[in-house]
Design a protein around this ligand. Structure first.
Ligand code: SF4
Ligand code: SF4
Length: 320
């Protein structure tokens, strides 16, 4: 599909597709993902898709893909025929053919409330989809083996399959104005060279580049790391903790020391406040399960007392 025909095609679909029901207009879509983001999981092959619900599309030669970023990303996003077929199905309201799953929060919200997104706001001045955001999941390379995540006794896990070259792609994307949600595994593992990448980006005017939101277990946030984070384009640091009860924390988050993680978290807050910075936001992530639910009020109040934000995520099963 060439870019010149893209806008014409979306106009034809918009004007000919019937409204799906009285609450749904064909101008309102469940999410903007097919027009704005890629979910990327670099493993033995490099896998790309619009969101985690979709079937991945594989890139075999990932090293040259990283070398040619951000052009290779832009070209893939605009011209990959499988992605474009899924976009067309999505625009027509054929979400099954688009690869969407019924369990998707955005799809369910759109279906039940009719609230959604207007495509035009996600097209560039030439009327083409515009890649603004990457969700980059660089697991499973981690220095912990949490019981509900990378537990080798429960799951077959291919550790250390993520190529460190992936950080070249991340750096060039942010340098060119993109936003990245970086999740692990653990992004601050030395093998990924995230700190040198942040140091280089720290030298560029913050207003001319994009930013990172980073998920971390905070085990490696020493003074040097904290200093780099506070000078670089990091908008949010999300720290996985689940509970602030030390024994339970160390049982669930096997391989993480409570005193190290909580101490590093408080150092980051202290140093950010000492420099009078309003960024990054520091958010404690709590997986809610039977073991953490029974003292959730205690966890929330300890977190809020420190001036931290909190995000709760329900886990369907309690780890054994
Ligand atoms: S599965 Fe959900 S998030 Fe993914 S493209 Fe479809 S509606 Fe959007
Ligand atoms: S620190 Fe995060 S990525 Fe690592 S094992 Fe725990 S939950 Fe999984």
């Amino acid at each position: 599909m060439n870019p010149d025909s893209w806008k014409a095609m979306t106009d034809i679909i918009k004007h000919n597709a019937p409204a799906i029901n009285t609450t749904h207009s064909t101008d309102i879509h469940p999410c903007p993902a097919p027009f704005s983001q890629l979910y990327i999981t670099p493993r033995t092959l490099l896998d790309l898709r619009f969101c985690s619900y979709h079937r991945p599309i594989h890139i075999h030669d990932q090293e040259s893909f990283y070398e040619q970023c951000p052009e290779s990303l832009k070209t893939f996003f605009l011209k990959n025929s499988e992605l474009n077929q899924r976009r067309v199905a999505f625009l027509k309201g054929d979400y099954e053919k688009a690869g969407c799953q019924k369990g998707c929060f955005w799809y369910q919200e759109w279906k039940t409330t009719g609230k959604g997104f207007i495509l035009d706001e996600y097209l560039d001045s030439d009327g083409n989809p515009y890649l603004k955001k990457l969700w980059l999941s660089i697991g499973p390379d981690c220095n912990a083996t949490c019981r509900y995540c990378l537990d080798p006794s429960e799951f077959h896990i291919n550790f250390n399959t993520c190529s460190p070259s992936v950080m070249k792609m991340a750096e060039s994307f942010v340098e060119n104005g993109g936003k990245i949600l970086l999740t692990g595994g653990e992004p601050f593992l030395p093998k990924f060279k995230l700190l040198p990448a942040l140091e280089r980006l720290a030298k560029i005017d913050r207003h001319k580049i994009g930013h990172f939101d980073i998920h971390t277990n905070a085990t490696l946030l020493d003074d040097k790391c904290i200093d780099t984070i506070l000078r670089s384009p990091v908008k949010t640091i999300n720290i996985s903790m689940d509970t602030l009860r030390p024994d339970l924390f160390e049982y669930l988050r096997r391989g993480c020391k409570f005193d190290t993680v909580w101490g590093n978290t408080l150092s980051l807050v202290r140093e950010r406040n000492a420099r009078s910075l309003s960024y990054p936001s520091i958010v404690i992530l709590c997986a809610v399960m039977r073991d953490t639910y029974d003292h959730l009020d205690e966890t929330i109040s300890k977190i809020v007392d420190q001036g931290l934000e909190i995000s709760l995520n329900a886990l369907s099963q309690n780890p054994q």
